[in-house]
Design a protein around this ligand. Structure first.
Ligand code: ADP
Ligand code: MG
Length: 367
């Protein structure tokens, strides 16, 4: 599939700021893709989105939308937002309270003096389910309805690209989950290439075709939600997406298959195609806790139970493992009806195929 957005070495330094907000990053976003920029607050997501929109001018690099170069630092090209065919939804929605729903949605078409306004606005209102609210003033809408107005306004002019900056973060939890599914359906229905900015990993995992994990103005990795969750390439992604236990170790193979030597002992792992210094990561749901020592299982270790917290279907707990030096604590899941209590001795087992090893040397590489 063809690229719809190409970013090449895009950097941004705000005047007076110490570190760059964007440290020269490159990305290719495909036509029709739902692409998410995921990272903690302050990592540069909004800045990047605003650079794509033309609301912020990068300090270096090149941006192409479709076949049009909309920004090129070296060639001094910088098209204004009106010349980039984009629709945008801001966190605050930025809709006008003194206008009706119809007029809010019609606004981009009126600005461009386009034809067939009524027909096109009605179609956009239909897509987001607002057809019965056309004459209602926007100030008299719920948060979820205002969100839909902002979306309808973003798609009414049939943009090449839709840019969404934390569009669901002002909604309550139930509505947010509902809107995730709806937004995803809408995006696939109209087929518009979409870039979503969020710090919410659940949102990113459930909606995206691909996710770029960002930290400190850089893109650390780009992958599908499933690959990012199961095989993150950086310790940062492993921890930011879902929860993970990280253990430093040394990966070797002395002829009996690969093993990692860690503070809690030697752990068998499956073939990882790397050797040397690694960070192992293990999801809490992959650590099995038993009262008895399971015979014939690999990676069985004696432990004791720390704090147990009830989290719904099951419990999360700390398991404490004795080591030569200080105690190591791992996060694990345990059945809510377990007979084990805090302080009890137990055993843990970790299936080798559930231990991922990330090469320490690759951590400093960025895209
Ligand atoms: P995010 O959206 O990921 O939370 P931002 O893109 O808003 O991150 O910000 C990235 C960095 O740039 C932050 O350190 C922020 O303080 C800084 N920044 C953002 N906007 C401005 C601005 N207009 N002037 C100066 N610094 C800014
Ligand atoms: Mg932001």
């Amino acid at each position: 599939m063809a690229d719809m957005i190409t970013l090449d070495g895009v950097g941004k330094i705000y005047p007076g700021a110490g570190a760059p907000a964007l440290a020269g990053l490159s990305l290719n976003i495909q036509e029709g893709e739902f692409f998410t920029l995921l990272g903690p607050s302050g990592c540069g997501k909004t800045t990047l989105l605003r650079c794509i929109a033309g609301l912020e001018m990068p300090s270096s690099g090149m941006i192409r939308i479709g076949s049009t170069t909309v920004f090129d630092f070296d060639q001094q090209i910088n098209l204004g937002p009106n010349y980039r065919n984009i629709g945008m939804v801001f966190q605050s929605y930025a809709i006008w309270p003194h206008m009706t729903v119809f007029e809010n949605v019609a606004f981009p078409l009126r600005c461009r003096k386009e034809k067939n306004v009524r027909q096109r606005v009605e179609r956009a209102m239909n897509v987001v389910g607002l057809q019965d609210f056309a004459e209602r003033y926007s100030s008299r809408l719920s948060g979820g309805q205002q969100q839909r107005v902002a979306l309808a306004r973003a798609i009414v002019a049939q943009p090449d690209v839709m840019l969404l900056d934390e569009p669901l973060s002002n909604l309550d939890a139930t509505l947010r989950t509902q809107m995730r599914a709806e937004l995803r359906r809408l995006q696939k229905e109209i087929g518009v290439t979409t870039v979503l900015v969020t710090h919410d990993q659940q949102e990113a995992l459930s909606m995206s075709d691909r996710i770029a994990v960002m930290s400190d103005g850089r893109v650390l990795e780009v992958d599908t939600p499933r690959n990012l969750y199961q095989w993150p390439k950086t310790a940062f992604s492993a921890q930011f997406i879902g929860s993970a236990n990280l253990l430093p170790g040394m990966l070797t193979d002395r002829g009996l298959g690969p093993v990692v030597t860690t503070a809690i002992g030697e752990l068998k792992v499956i073939e990882q195609q790397i050797r040397g210094e690694v960070t192992c990561f293990i999801r809490p749901e992959h650590i099995r806790i038993t009262a008895e020592c399971a015979q014939n299982e690999p990676n069985v270790l004696p432990a004791s139970l720390g704090d147990i917290q009830y989290i719904g279907e099951n419990c999360e707990c700390d398991v404490l493992l004795p080591t030569g030096g200080q105690q190591v604590s791992l996060r694990a899941r345990i059945s809510a009806d377990t007979m084990l209590r805090q302080g009890d001795r137990c055993h843990i087992s970790i299936p080798p195929e559930q231990i991922r090893c990330i090469e320490v040397a690759s951590q400093n590489r960025t895209i």
